[in-house]
Design a protein. Structure first.
Length: 404
């Protein structure tokens, strides 16, 4: 039965310890090589082409492309199943957030064993699972309200978190069945989701109503823009922090205290102390000549910078300068700028490769990916992909599921 959860409360987790006794009389023990019979694995970047309704798989080391998976083959069937209000909502998503296009891939997650891919499809208001090797759809599930958005997958792969944008809840989906087993209240227009490094905490950030007019006198129309901190076992809300401004992509360090985040309309990023609930540093990054001429109302869905990633040891930040067409590489903890690297048109996401060497930025208007080096800030490759690439996610998957 699906649980409806309210604020606040937390239940402590418990752990069990086990001891294995080994006989001292054993003469010889054979230990197989750790590589014996190991499944060959590959580092892959999954690129969601939002207007195409496809996902491109790109080798994270060689930058060669594998298969393209069609995740909108059932589009007409799903539309026929919609109520009239759901069809109206789909038209609103198309005309507002989609710039006249259906939004068919917002986010992508891959199961821990690397065989199943999950995709949120905003215009269809659902999330669907696919076999990576065959592209076959395994199940689909509508979320609450009318639009699905950012996701996160639990460390064990059993639960998928999906931001149900218009319902102001975070839906928790059982990945085995596609059933919604819980929904957690959030701020208005829930957006990015992340698990803490230890898996015990969920962070959900809301951006407020980005369709509402951008005027100081009308700011209240954008609603509550909050960071909701949730117990990952009970799904109870532990804390709500009111930011008063939309929280775009963010990263929380393993200390569960230091947060780097982009904010609506801000050209740069902030450092935030989650324990003291205060902004500790603000980084202002440059605007291009073209961006300087833009009005705030011209920013794409309130985004000045939209895309934030860190390398594997948390010593570098990759920041997507969306309206200025660049990637900024910064050193941590100094937050000094190592380099401003020109990219394609309107980079709208940033993701690090599994080995932490490169940052992949999705250039949504030029339909390609800029690959930027962390250690020597420069663009090392430009990879053509599908129509309007948006989310990029990095995974290590069995080589057997890949093909060209």
């Amino acid at each position: 039965m699906r649980k409806r959860l309210r604020r606040p409360g937390a239940v402590a987790t418990s752990t069990a310890l086990a001891t294995v006794a080994v006989s001292a009389m054993t003469a010889t023990v054979f230990t197989p090589s750790p590589t014996a019979h190991a499944t060959p694995m590959s580092d892959v970047m999954f690129v969601g082409n939002n207007w195409d309704g496809t996902v491109d798989l790109v080798d994270a080391r060689t930058f060669e492309k594998y298969q393209r998976i069609d995740v909108a083959a059932d589009f007409d069937e799903r539309v026929l199943q919609m109520r009239i209000d759901q069809r109206i909502a789909m038209a609103v998503v198309r005309d507002s957030a989609g710039e006249g296009h259906d939004q068919l891939v917002d986010d992508i997650m891959v199961s821990p064993e690397g065989h199943t891919m999950y995709v949120s499809r905003p215009s269809l208001g659902d999330v669907a699972a696919y076999d990576i090797a065959t592209g076959e759809q395994l199940w689909h599930r509508r979320v609450h309200g009318y639009r699905s958005d950012h996701m996160a997958l639990s460390p064990d792969g059993s639960r998928l978190l999906v931001s149900a944008t218009t319902a102001d809840v975070l839906d928790v989906v059982d990945t085995a069945t596609g059933e919604i087993v819980a929904d957690v209240p959030t701020g208005d227009f829930p957006h990015e989701n992340r698990y803490s490094a230890d898996g015990g905490t969920i962070y959900n950030a809301s951006i407020g109503n980005v369709i509402a007019p951008d005027a100081e006198i009308l700011d209240g129309l954008k609603g509550d823009r909050e960071l909701t901190i949730i117990d990952a076992e009970t799904y109870e809300v532990e804390k709500v922090i009111d930011f008063g401004v939309g929280i775009r992509p963010f990263v929380v360090l393993p200390d569960n205290r230091t947060m780097y985040a982009q904010l609506s309309f801000h050209n740069g990023l902030i450092e935030y102390d989650l324990e003291e609930q205060r902004r500790t540093r603000t980084v202002h990054l440059p605007l291009s000549e073209e961006a300087e001429k833009l009005k705030r109302s011209d920013y794409p869905l309130d985004s000045a910078h939209h895309g934030l990633a860190m390398n594997d040891d948390y010593t570098k930040i990759c920041d997507a300068g969306t309206i200025s067409d660049y990637a900024a590489i910064l050193s941590v903890p100094a937050l000094t700028v190592d380099g401003i690297v020109p990219t394609g048109d309107k980079p709208y996401w940033a993701a690090s490769t599994p080995d932490g060497r490169y940052c992949f930025l999705s250039n949504s208007d030029s339909d390609d990916i800029s690959v930027v080096s962390y250690d020597n800030p420069r663009e090392v490759a430009r990879i053509p992909v599908g129509d309007h690439p948006q989310r990029v996610r990095a995974y290590t998957v069995p080589s057997e599921v890949l093909h060209r």
